[in-house]
Each structure stands twice: as C-alpha cells, then as structure tokens.
Design a protein around this ligand. Structure first.
Ligand SMILES: [Zn+2]
Length: 98
C-alpha cells in the first residue's frame, strides 16, 4: 500500500514556502552549517571575512559561469574565498560566535 503523504518530502521549514527551502544550500565555509539562498556562496558572517578582491572575482566569475563561461575560473575563485576564510578562522584572530 502506497502512503501518498510520503510524496510530500519538501516540507516547509522555518515557515518558508517549499520553493524557498529547495533553493537553499550550505555556506561554503569549512564547517559552517548555515543554510543560505542559492546564488550566494557563503553566509553573511563568512562572506564578510573574504577580501574584497576575491569577493569581486567570485561574483564576476559566477556571472561569467551563468552566461556559459569558464567553470574553472569560478572554482578557483571559490577555493580562494574558502582558503581566505579558513586562514582567518584558524589564525586565532577570529572567534566563532556560539
Ligand atoms: Zn558560514
């Protein structure tokens, strides 16, 4: 016997419509579990730790990618952003708020 309720697996969380839940993913920063909108790379807290020139490169390369551009450029920019955040969060200069 098929339970029809099992088909409704995209259950709303945080009062958001299904569509909004579907369009979220995890922050790219190492160990961060923050759920963020698609189109963003990191949560606001981690994105703020990425140097401006790398932020610009991530955004520019993402725009390039969505226009059918070079995926390698975006992957490189993202890995630079993640490394930049890592270097701040593991240096002891930054304390992760609980
Ligand atoms: Zn984050």
């Amino acid at each position: 016997m098929v339970n029809r309720n099992q088909q409704h697996f995209h259950r709303p969380r945080n009062g958001l419509p299904d569509r909004e839940v579907y369009h979220t993913h995890r922050c790219a920063a190492t160990g961060c579990r923050e759920e963020i909108r698609r189109g963003l790379l990191m949560c606001g807290r981690h994105w703020g730790l990425v140097p401006r020139d790398i932020q610009r490169e991530v955004l520019a390369s993402f725009k390039d990618l969505t226009g059918g551009g070079n995926k390698h450029r975006y992957v490189v920019a993202v890995s630079q952003a993640i490394r930049a955040v890592d270097s701040v969060t593991t240096s002891g200069r930054y304390q992760d708020p609980e």
